[in-house]
Design a protein around this ligand. Sequence first.
Ligand code: ADP
Ligand code: MG
Length: 730
Amino acid sequence: MSLSRFNALQNMESRTEPFSADFAEAKAEKIASYFGENVFNDDAMKKYLPENAYLSVKAAVQSGQKLTRDVADVIAKGMKSWSEEQGCTHFAHWFQPLTGKTAEKHDSFFTLTHDGRVIEEFTGSALVQQEPDGSSFPSGGMRSTFEARGYTVWDPSSPAFILAVGEGKTLCIPTIFVTYGGEAQDYKLPLLRSQSFLDKSAVPVAKMFDENVHKITATLGWEQEYFVVDDALFNARPDLAMTGRTLLGRPAAKHQQLEDHYFGSIPERVYAFMRDLETECYKLGIPVRTRHNEVAPSQYEVAPIFEEINVAIDHNQLLMDLMERVARRHKLRVLLHEKPFAGVNGSGKHNNWSLGTNTGVNLLSPGKNPGTNLRFLTFFVNTIAAVHQYADILRASIAHAGNDHRLGANEAPPAIISVFIGEALTNLLDQIANSQNQDGQEVKRVLDLIAKLPNLELDNTDRNRTSPFAFTGNKFEIRAVGSSQNCAGPMAVMNAMMGLQLTEFKADVDQLVAGGTTQDEAILTVLKAYIRKLKPICFEGNNYSDEWKAEAEKRGLNNFATTPEALDVLGKKLAQDLYGKSGVMNDVELEAYHAVQLHSYVTKLDIESKSLEELINSFVLPATLRYQKELADNVAALRAIDMLKGATLQLELLHRVSANMEVIHGGLQKLQVAYAKAHKAESLRAEADIFCHQVKPQMEAIREAADDLEAIVDDQYWPLVKYRELLFIR
Ligand code: ADP
Ligand code: MG
């Protein structure tokens, strides 16, 4: 049998490698003995840099101090010695363009002098800035082709690392990616700006509680979900290869309804992959900690110990790259798409976000004593207030084609942004909102109330999994982020809106204090006023229910179900306010960012619909025609011997085949009409609308018919690897 499906299944069966737990090359040593060995971390810097250069890097990281060219030269020299000792021959500026993936352009240390001598060099200027051209990265029209240059500039706040692929080793320098004029072309620069804005706005607020605070960083712990499938089967599914998801496929009889995969024992082959992945992560200083099976068959999760937000995001980007590489060593493929399979859960990436101080305090952690409790209440209430005001921007920051399949699909957070805080805190806020201050004892009373809170971290086990934004004891968990996404988009929004909110809060408190109120009373008065306005954004019920949709509408919360709709806010004043006032993106950058996101949406749907056409024409129809002929021959043969009465089932099947073919035929024709309209659309937004409301529904109609054909066409004829094979073969 030469069908691609059977070839793939046979390839998989006949592999000679064991692909079991033994296959892992993972180290069996204690993790601490090699953690970070491929990172130019503090220890390496101390060893390879003179003290003044070391101190300059530290100052650059801690207070954003600029590094001079001389110091850069010294640092480059140290980095080169360190990396050459580890076997590096090349260096690369590593960056995060708006494709959402990572990018790298390698150059050798080796070079020729003007008189032809061979030398190895790495100068400060090569460390600090490179010009990778990069004219083919999405720029949203910011770089016209005649000045297409893009520049990468060193981000000293994230440590350099060595990427080892077999014997080849490259020193990678985390960088931002900007235009000639310095405009952001990537995810990292806006994130760094958001972090520094947050720091500036949050420190004065934290200082009201502790004079020793002079630096605040956002912290992030992401939880990465993913699917794993066999490499041979992956290759026999052109849709997976082209789009990252299955465009066709009838859900198997058994999928996730028995819930026997979730936290189940990890299949050995996947376990071997995980251990190798973790080893690579540890060498690169990525502190992954948790691994487990997820809800859907063949779905898994990996999560780290949280880190400072910029490094955490670099680590997640690096992890996604490593996952794909390491999986292939095991003849596996990792699917990072938000919805690779219909009928089972999709994948997300919960972003656990909080704020940490230089004094080692988590500002979202309720404490034991009264002073820390007012601090907790301040940062807690201000976060909710920020989400209330800027929910639409947060929604826009997670909008992309893949996530549309997930949000609101009764398995993942809905497209309506609301905040879940749990019963204890809901009651607390209610009591504070209603409290009075006739006796001058209000502050004390409120602090006593907080002190009586149950242990939230322990008490939150039954927390509401349907909420897109939940307080989980000492951090907020943003759950609507897509699995394939760069976290920097939504995290920059979190930082920026929190910064703006805290600035407003500080001004409100200062005003009362100037009028003679004590600081604690002023803080409580302002928080009380905020709490009274926060009701609409807080929701404790089932976010999947239809009642919530109706209720949210009454509360004035938006429900942007699709990407083009969700992105519209980026062209509005609310977005200009958030991104502009925080300095995260200027109007030009914002407009370009919006255009890139829309363009990416249109392009992805274009690729998906064209891939679907190909699948239908060259896989589904040939198999169906064969089967149809067989049925027709059978009916004709029975008629010839006057036995048509015995052909009821065959005739029924023939009708079912024909009816589905009719649907497919109609769908393909409508797709052509929609493409023609899309090509003539007067704007990118209009084009996105056509893809969203005219192309997508046709794709779904075609899929439904094709999936029904899969159910009846002879299994021996069906050329596409089936769900039960993709999802259950280990
Ligand atoms: P879950 O039950 O949702 O899986 P976990 O308790 O395992 O949650 O934690 C999820 C993530 O939250 C981990 O990556 C963890 O490091 C992170 N996390 C814990 N505390 C903080 C914090 N203060 N800031 C940011 N992330 C945090
Ligand atoms: Mg979680």
